[in-house]
Structures are given as structure tokens and as C-alpha cells.
Design a protein around this ligand. Structure first.
Ligand code: EPZ
Length: 422
């Protein structure tokens, strides 16, 4: 088990290259199951979650090779074991995104229910509603989703909205299945996240016929087959937002390369509003802060609203703002594992139902803290960069799931992070 020892406060200076998007790469890797043959996915980040999905694809029958240059070679010529085992799915809930491709390719699939995690329940009822709409027969058996479509899938109109808005991976599953359904499918209330647009663009390169990409209404004309693809995933907007927050909280000046500001309008708006300066450049931006951090109220929403995956990082910034702020979490109402840990570092946060009241303090103080979900853990790193003293963050494997070499990237900017194995 690894831990981070982080000395603060520091001021970050320099430039950082943003990696490819984990949340685009995962469904795109799953989509290669739809096409017999050899696909190449470029720009996938070198992360634990990517390795877990690669292992899962191998268990389905695919051959997966990854090299240091973040190029994945996936040969899905043979998919002869359409089963996603509990041991893999419980490690990474995103594994659920093999359900749709397996159903479309093999006419059957057996995938473990994801179960809950540190950010709360992870239901898949909307995934199943959508796949049933395409004609799949689905039942639950000993914690597994058993899905069958012996006569193939048939296009239809499907509403994918839920109590918390759209579903990102639910849209991915139904979209991928619909590409090989007979007839046309309309997905209403589809997720509009850039990662879904990247998946749809990749599917169209494979021969799918998808319209309305980036909008809440996707129209898919089913085709008989898809071909293998070469695709480069989009940059990771959540990693970019995390490094923006790192520059702002340390009052430094950091250039982000390979970052698409168009995917982050809500983030740029909010971070600028609380005192960060974000200057666009050719392939990213320069982030700095020379004045005080200002309080704000924010509610997380489906894209293009403020992303839940940057809620914890914003909270750390607001913990040091001149005044009181409120963050309301509308996507995962329990996603506040970082609140108690930040209070251990002298933040003044109070949870009130789906909101946290943040009373700004002058400084944070180093303390031993515990990582939990991957974004909350990244927020603890940000807090440690600004805190006085040496912070110990335990269980950093959570961070390794979503951030490629985060301590190397931050140390290159002037951070003082030591990874220790205990
Ligand atoms: C994706 O998860 C991301 N993961 C999450 O990022 C992200 O936080 C989330 O979308 C929301 O943007 C990947 O893309 C791999 P949802 P996903 O289905 O698709 C409810 C990270 O840190 N819901 O959009 O699993 C659900 O409970 C991760 O990188 C249902 O009710 O999330 C939640 O409240 C964490 N029924 C809301 O919808 C369903 O069938 C949004 O969930 C599905 C979801």
C-alpha cells in the first residue's frame, strides 16, 4: 500500500501535459468488442482502471497489448466468453460498459452488478431499461445481469433520463448496442459529456451511423457490422481541472498543454469567478492567481453544467476563500468523503444533506488523511500543496486509478511529494 508525504505550502510554476481522458478511453476500449479485428486506441492514459478493463477484455477472448507510448492494440476477432466477472467489476464499476457491446456482438452477456462505492450507490436500472427497449431479455441472477437477444436487437425510441439527469455510461451502453440493432434508435435525454461525443465519433469511424453527437438526442441508424478502428482519445478535462485548481490554490502559474477549454466552459467560468486567471493558449491555457480566492455557490450538474468530478477540487479552493460558500452535489449526493478529511486539515466544512457549507479559513494545516474515491483523493493532494507542514495521504491507489503519475507531474511544477510504500 502506497502513501504520499507532501510538504507545503508550495507555489507551482511551469507547464504540464494533460493525459488522454480515462472516461473516454474506457467506453471506447469496450466499443472495440463490436468489431471483429484489430483496433488501435491512442492516447489512453497509463492508469490502473485502463489495465483493469484491458484484463476484462482479455477474459472475454480479445487480445490486448499496451505499450509505454499509451497505444493500446486490441484484437477482438474472437469474443467467445461474454462474461464480466464480479471480481473485476467490483474493482471498477465502469466495467459495466461492456454490457451493450457484448449483447450486440454475441447476442448475450453476463455481467456482475457493479455494487456501490465511495461516492454512493451505482444503480444501472436506466442501462437495463434502455437495453430492454432494444429488445434484450434481461434478468438478475446471483448478483449478475444476464442479458439475451437471440434474434438480435431492434431499434426504437428510448428515454434515458433518470432522477439525477442523464447517465453517462448508460448512454454509452445503449448507444453501442444500438449501432448494430435493426432499424433506427432515438435516444432521448442522452448524456452530452465530451467523452460520449468522443465515443460516438469513434463508432462512426467504425461504420456506425450516429447523428446528434453532443446533443441530448442521439439518432442511430443500425448497420449490419462495424470495422476495427484507429482512434485517439480526447484530453482528460477532469485532470485538466485538477491541475487548474492546483495552480490556483498555490497562487502559482502553470501552463496546461493538451487541454480543450471548450470541454470545460463551466469550470473556466467558476474558477475565474473565484479568482483564478485562465488565459487560453494554442493547445490549452495558462492558469494563475494573484488576488484572494473569492467565495461562490455551485451546484453540480450533468454536462455542460459544473462536473461532479471536480466538486471536491473546487471545495478545497473555496475552503481558503474570503467568505462563505455552498456546494450542492446533485449527481452523487453522498460524494463528500473528502469533507471529514479536509476538516482534519483545519478546513471549516459542514455537510447539510446534499450540500456542504464552507466557511473560508486563512490556512490549512498538514495532517495524516485517508484517500477515498479518486477525485476526493486528488482534492486532498491539492489541500496538502497549500497546507502548512507535511501531510500524509494514505491509500493513494485511489489516485492512481484516475491520475497518470500525478506526483511526478506535480513535482515537476515545484511540489514536494514523496511516494512511500508501507
Ligand atoms: C460516469 O460515471 C463517470 N465515470 C464518473 O466519473 C462521473 O462522475 C459520472 O459519469 C457522472 O458524470 C466514467 O465515465 C467511467 P452516471 P457513470 O450513470 O456513468 C444515477 C470519475 O471520477 N444513475 O452518469 O457511472 C447515478 O446513481 C468517475 O472518473 C441511475 O440512477 O455515472 C448518478 O446519481 C466517478 N441509474 C447519476 O445517475 C442508472 O442506471 C449519474 O450517474 C445510472 C445512473
Amino acid at each position: 500500500m502506497d502513501l504520499f508525504e507532501i510538504k507545503g505550502p508550495v507555489q507551482l510554476e511551469g507547464s504540464v501535459n494533460i493525459s488522454g481522458s480515462k472516461n473516454a478511453a474506457l467506453p471506447i476500449m469496450a466499443s472495440t468488442v463490436l468489431a471483429p479485428g484489430k483496433s488501435i486506441i491512442r492516447g489512453a492514459p497509463n492508469l490502473a482502471d485502463i489495465s483493469v478493463l484491458a484484463k476484462l477484455l482479455r477474459s472475454l477472448g480479445a487480445k490486448v497489448k499496451s505499450n509505454a507510448g499509451s497505444k493500446l492494440r486490441i484484437d477482438a476477432s474472437v469474443i467467445d466468453n461474454p462474461v464480466g466477472h464480479y471480481d473485476t467489476v467490483r474493482k471498477m464499476r465502469a466495467s459495466i460498459c461492456i454490457l451493450g457491446p457484448l449483447l450486440a456482438r454475441c447476442g448475450q452477456a453476463k455481467v456482475s452488478m457493479p455494487g456501490g462505492c465511495a461516492i454512493g450507490d451505482r444503480p444501472v436500472d436506466i442501462h437495463l431499461r434502455g437495453l430492454r427497449g432494444l429488445g434484450a431479455q434481461i434478468h438478475l441472477e446471483n448478483g449478475y445481469i444476464v442479458a439475451e437477444a437471440p434474434h438480435g436487437l431492434a431499434g426504437t425510441d428510448i428515454f434515458l433520463g433518470g432522477p439525477f439527469g442523464s447517465t453517462v455510461l448508460g448512454t454509452a451502453n445503449v448507444l453501442m448496442a444500438a449501432t448494430l440493432a435493426k432499424g433506427t434508435t432515438v435516444i432521448e435525454s442522452a448524456a452530452c459529456e465530451p467523452e460520449i461525443a468522443d465515443l460516438a465519433n469513434c463508432l462512426n469511424k467504425m461504420g456506425a451511423k450516429i447523428r446528434g453527437i453532443g446533443s441530448p438526442r442521439l439518432i442511430i441508424d443500425g448497420v449490419d457490422s462495424l470495422s476495427p478502428v484507429e482512434h485517439t482519445v480526447i484530453p482528460d478535462r477532469v485532470e485538466a481541472g485538477t491541475f487548474m485548481a492546483a495552480a490556483a490554490i498555490t497562487a502559482g502559474r502553470v501552463e496546461l498543454k493538451n487541454c480543450r477549454l471548450n470541454d470545460m466552459m463551466a469550470v473556466v467560468d467558476k474558477f475565474s469567478g473565484i479568482g483564478a486567471q485562465i488565459e487560453p493558449t494554442d493547445n490549452g491555457c495558462v492558469v494563475s492567481r494573484d488576488g484572494p480566492l473569492k467565495p461562490a455557490d455551485i451546484t453540480t450538474q450533468p454536462y455542460p453544467g459544473f462536473p461532479t468530478d471536480l466538486q471536491a477540487q473546487l471545495m478545497v479552493l473555496l475552503a481558503l476563500a474570503d467568505g462563505n460558500s455552498v456546494i450542492t452535489e446533485k449527481i452523487f449526493p453522498d460524494r463528500f468523503m473528502h469533507v471529514a478529511e479536509l476538516n482534519r486539515m483545519a478546513a471549516n466544512l459542514r455537510k447539510e444533506g446534499p450540500s456542504v457549507i464552507i466557511a473560508g479559513v486563512k490556512k490549512l494545516i498538514a495532517a495524516p488523511v485517508m484517500a477515498s474515491d479518486l477525485r476526493a483523493s486528488a482534492a486532498l493532494v491539492l489541500a496538502a500543496l497549500a497546507a502548512e507542514g507535511t501531510t500524509i495521504i494514505n491509500r493513494v491507489y485511489h489516485i492512481d486509478r484516475g491520475y497518470e503519475r500525478i506526483e511526478q507531474k506535480l513535482n515537476a511544477l515545484g511540489a514536494k511529494i514523496t511516494r512511500k510504500t508501507i
